[in-house]
Design a protein around this ligand. Structure first.
Ligand code: ADP
Length: 343
C-alpha cells in the first residue's frame, strides 16, 4: 500500500467553465490553490479547503487517472483487497465526466472507470489465474435495479455471513477481455438511460454502482482463493432538493437521496476518525441506508475508499460548491479555514 493511503482518501476536482458559462461571462470562483487545496472566493471571503489531493480545471482525464490513486486501488484488488471510489457533487459538477468520461468530446475524455478497466486487463497475469466479473446496479428511491438486466425488477438486498450485503439475483458477468468489460459498461449505462426515460426522471437522481470482482483462482482455475473488489459509484446529485413544484423532484426522491448521502458521509466520517486515531472503527452506521449497506463490504475492514468531490467553478453555484466541499471535509473530519478576508 503506498504511503499516501489512509483508510479514506478525499480528493477535490473543479471542472472548467463550460462554453455556455463562458458565453454569459460567468465568473469562476473555485480554483486549485495547490496540489492539496482548493479555494472558494465568495461574499468577499476566500475559503481554503484542504484534501489529500486536488485537481484544478486544467487537469485532464489522463492526469486525473494517473494521480488520483485509482491505479493503486486496482493493484490492491488484484491482491484480494476491497476498495470503493465515489464521485460526489451537485448535478452538472462533473461526476459522470470524471467516472465515465464524455465520449462525445473525444477519446482523451474517457473517464476513470474505462481507464481502470483497461489498466486492469493490462496488468492481469496472462496465465488465466485471475478472473474478472462485473455487476452494475442502480439505487433509485430506495429501490435496487440491475442495470445488466433490461427487465427492471426491484431487487431485494440480502445479507449472508460470507458475502455481506448484496443485491439478490443481480447479474455478475464474467469478462474475459477488456472488450467484454467495456460492453458491460456500455450496456449498464444504456439501461440506466432507458430506465430513467421510462420512469420519466433524471438519471442524476439515482446512484449507479459498478463493481469489478477480481478473483485469484486455485491451480485448477476452478475455485477462487481470494476475491478483490473495486466498486465505483456515480452518486445522485447532492443539490438541495426542495419539493416537487420547482424541478419535478418528488418528496420521496429527495428524502431518499438525502438519507443515503447523509448516511454515506456519516460512515466515511466514522472511518476517517478511527483511521486518524489509529483505532479500529466502532459503531459505523452502515445499516442506515441501502447505499451504505451495499457498500459495507467495500468500506469496512481493510478496504479503502476514495471520495472525489466534484465542483463547478461558477459563481452562481457557489453555495452548492461550498456544501460539497464541506461534506468532503466532514468526511475527512477536518474543518475548513478562512484563508483571508478581503474587504
Ligand atoms: P454530473 O454528472 O455531475 O451531473 P457531468 O459529468 O454531466 O456532471 O458534467 C456536466 C458537463 O460538464 C458535461 O457537459 C461535461 O462534459 C462537462 N465537464 C464536466 N467536467 C469536465 C472537465 N473536467 N473538463 C471538461 N468538461 C467537463
Amino acid at each position: 500500500m503506498s504511503e499516501a493511503w489512509s483508510h479514506i482518501r478525499v480528493l477535490g476536482r473543479v471542472r472548467p467553465l463550460l462554453q455556455h458559462e463562458l458565453a454569459t461571462n460567468e465568473k469562476a470562483i473555485v480554483s486549485a490553490l495547490a496540489q492539496d487545496s482548493l479555494s472558494v472566493f465568495y461574499n468577499e471571503q476566500m475559503q481554503k479547503y484542504k484534501f489529500h489531493r486536488c485537481f484544478g480545471e486544467s487537469v485532464d482525464q489522463d492526469d486525473l487517472f494517473e494521480q488520483s490513486g485509482v491505479k493503486e486501488m486496482i493493484d490492491m484488488a488484484l491482491t484480494g483487497f476491497r476498495a470503493s471510489c465515489f464521485a460526489y457533487g451537485q448535478t452538472g459538477s462533473g461526476k459522470t465526466y470524471t467516472m465515465f468520461g464524455d465520449e462525445t468530446k473525444g477519446t482523451g475524455k474517457v473517464g476513470l472507470i474505462p481507464r481502470s478497466l483497461r489498466y486492469l486487463f493490462d496488468v492481469l497475469p496472462p496465465d488465466g489465474s485471475v478472473s474478472v466479473r462485473m455487476s452494475f446496479i442502480e439505487l433509485y428511491n430506495e429501490q435496487v435495479f440491475d442495470l445488466l438486466n433490461s427487465n427492471r425488477t426491484n431487487l431485494k438486498i440480502r445479507w449472508t455471513k460470507d458475502e455481506g450485503y448484496f443485491a439478490e439475483n443481480a447479474f455478475v458477468v464474467a469478462c474475459d477481455t477488456v472488450a467484454d468489460a467495456m460492453e458491460v459498461l456500455t450496456e449498464g449505462r444504456h439501461n440506466r438511460q432507458v430506465g430513467s426515460h421510462d420512469l420519466n426522471r433524471d438519471s442524476s437522481r439515482s446512484h449507479a454502482l459498478l463493481s469489478v470482482f477480481v478473483e485469484q483462482l486455485d491451480p485448477t482455475h476452478e475455485c477462487a482463493v481470494s476475491t478483490g473488489r473495486v466498486t465505483f459509484v456515480d452518486l445522485a446529485g447532492s443539490e438541495r432538493l426542495r419539493d416537487t413544484n420547482s424541478d419535478g423532484v418528488t418528496v420521496t426522491e429527495a428524502q431518499s437521496i438525502n438519507k443515503s448521502l447523509f448516511a454515506l458521509g456519516a460512515v466515511i466520517s466514522a472511518l476517517s476518525t478511527a483511521a486518524r486515531k489509529g483505532r479500529a472503527p466502532k459503531n459505523v452506521p452502515y445499516r442506515d441506508s441501502k447505499l451504505t449497506k451495499l457498500l459495507m463490504d467495500c468500506l469496512s475492514g481493510t478496504a479503502i475508499g476514495m471520495l472525489l468531490a466534484c465542483v463547478s467553478p461558477a459563481e452562481r453555484f457557489a453555495e452548492e460548491s461550498t456544501r460539497t466541499l464541506e461534506y468532503a471535509l466532514r468526511a475527512q473530519n477536518i474543518s475548513s479555514k478562512p484563508l483571508q478576508n478581503v474587504d
